[in-house]
Design a protein around this ligand. Sequence first.
Ligand SMILES: Cc1cc2nc3c(=O)[nH]c(=O)nc-3n(C[C@H](O)[C@H](O)[C@H](O)COP(=O)(O)OP(=O)(O)OC[C@H]3O[C@@H](n4cnc5c(N)ncnc54)[C@H](O)[C@@H]3O)c2cc1C
Length: 304
Amino acid sequence: MDDHIKQRIREIGGEAILFDVPAREYTTFRTGGNVEAMYRAGNLQGLKHMVAFLVDEGIPYLVMGSGSNLLVRDGGFDGVAIILDGSLASVEDCTVAEPSILAGAGLRVQKLVEYCAEKGLSGIEFMAGIPGTLGGAVAMNAGGWGKEIGEVISEVTVLTAGGIVETRDRLSLAFTYRELDLPPGAIILNAKLGLRFDKPAVIKKRVASYLKQRKERFPLDMPSAGSIFKNPEGGHAGRLIDAAGLKEKAIGGAMISPKHANFIVNTGKSSASDIVALMDLATVKVKEVFNIQLIPEIKVVGKE
Ligand SMILES: Cc1cc2nc3c(=O)[nH]c(=O)nc-3n(C[C@H](O)[C@H](O)[C@H](O)COP(=O)(O)OP(=O)(O)OC[C@H]3O[C@@H](n4cnc5c(N)ncnc54)[C@H](O)[C@@H]3O)c2cc1C
């Protein structure tokens, strides 16, 4: 990105622009190189303006939620990371006959879960404890305990790379395991969730139970990005990695968690390449021992 482009980005984004931002401050892995520029979009108008400029100039951009499923390689990301904030992170109860809410993609899932519990709206308790934003959850079709967020989504509104805001209903959304099929460059702006009524106290009890189970099962005391690999059909990536003898295997500062073998944890000074090297090792070993190809769940971006 040359100085002229940086100046234009600064003119469009103003105070909401930062340059050379360390990815470790914005990803739960707490590692990675620098992001060339970061734009915190507070409203749709500003976001549209910025995206139009970036598309015209051919500058790559990447939406970042909480960076809880993201690894930025050590060489950093050349382009603009976009964070959704302000009116793009709000929530409103739009229950008419059927209980439903409309929430901005930048809203934290945790806040959404708490909001729904307070309002007596049930259906997303299973998302309790999953870090990240609603946009990230929808893009990743995040879930747990046999459920996925796609199951409760009735509409998703996106900003396309061509600058068009379009709302897609359930039938036109292709959710699959840990994926939502979206056109390249599309940014999720908000999502509507179809829920059901229940007593706040009962919902809160379910939320607490999910949180407790997550604490018991996952290594939440160390930086990670959750499950590294998707579960292969009919199996568990963690069990395969464990059975391949890789539990506690470390490369540099990255280690396969002794608590859950599908988690790679940053033990303090892991580089992104340590994590990638462990991912490569697990992929090769599991293929060798079980003839099963592991597919990463996390998104790896940037240059080495
Ligand atoms: C401790 C821990 C536990 C976890 N447990 C689970 C779990 O149980 N189940 C599960 O599914 N996941 C889990 N995860 C992974 C992660 O939390 C989820 O995938 C989460 O939904 C990602 O949200 P995010 O906002 O952090 O997205 P990010 O990591 O910032 O981004 C992930 C991807 O989504 C894209 N994206 C983000 N926002 C938008 C948007 N508005 N529009 C378009 N694309 C967008 C990004 O470009 C990127 O490709 C866990 C992670 C951690 C650290």
